[in-house]
Design a protein around this ligand. Structure first.
Ligand code: ZN
Length: 247
């Protein structure tokens, strides 16, 4: 409601918890998993990764990446300017959802997520990088831009005002490509698009999500394309969620 219209999926941002929970239930249903098998994380802008194989028991772990080989789980990343990344190796059967803001990008969340997937057998990873605040809209002090440039030269950009800025998503994409991950970058700037939640535009606002689920393998040939299609559908379905029914 209000600042949270429409389809906020983020808890702890001031929205009605019942509304958030019913939104989360809709996402779980759309992906064909039970609500307790749709996993959110306690995102901390860190670079810790959790490998998961079932619903949370006890506290939600404070990590910024979830990795699984289970076809019964859907993994979600919540954002309102940070970069959401969904990764999958369809052949090896490994999927991940990653939250990459500026601190995560700088502290190596991309490499650690790819490493965790590789440990589970992933060798040919594809990633969908969702919409986030763009480089032109992410004005920062000069020193902060210089720090980011040391981690990733492509992060150092200029804002719409001509001042120092950071392009976190470009750095994330560059880091993924450096690890031989095939990247599909979905267009959109959260701050400039009214259809996306943006912390920088609105401060008090909701969160949209990227959600990934591995599909069970059936026939050899078919399941590859099926999973590919599914991964794309999830990203699209996700985008639909925050564009539809805006009031
Ligand atoms: Zn922008």
């Amino acid at each position: 409601m209000g600042e949270f219209a429409s389809f906020n999926l983020g808890g702890h941002v001031g929205d009605d918890p019942g509304t958030v929970e019913s939104n989360r239930r809709l996402v779980a249903g759309a992906l064909g998993v039970g609500r307790d098998h749709l996993l959110f994380m306690n995102q901390r802008h860190g670079c810790d990764v959790a490998v998961v194989d079932g619903p949370w028991v006890g506290e939600t772990p404070a990590v910024d990446s979830l990795v699984t080989t289970s076809t019964n789980l859907a993994l979600a990343v919540l954002v309102a300017d940070c970069t959401p990344v969904l990764l999958v190796d369809r052949v090896a059967g490994v999927a991940a959802a990653m939250h990459a803001g500026r601190p995560g990008m700088m502290s190596g969340i991309v490499g650690r997520t790819v490493d965790a997937m590789a440990d589970l057998g992933a060798s040919s990873i594809s990633a969908a990088v969702g919409p986030s605040v763009c480089g032109r809209c992410y004005e920062v002090p000069e020193a902060m831009r210089a720090q980011a440039a040391e981690i990733s030269p492509v992060a150092a950009v200029t804002s719409w005002q001509g001042t120092p800025a950071i392009d976190v998503a470009a750095a994330v994409v560059d880091q993924l490509r450096a690890r031989s991950v095939a990247v599909q970058w979905i267009a959109g700037c959260s701050r400039e698009s009214e259809e996306l939640f943006s912390y920088r535009r609105q401060h008090r606002t909701g969160r949209f999500a990227g959600v990934v689920r591995l599909l069970p393998a059936h026939a050899e040939e078919e399941h590859h394309s099926e999973e590919e299609q599914h991964a794309e559908e999830e990203q699209h379905a996700d985008e639909e969620h925050h564009t539809q029914g805006r009031v």
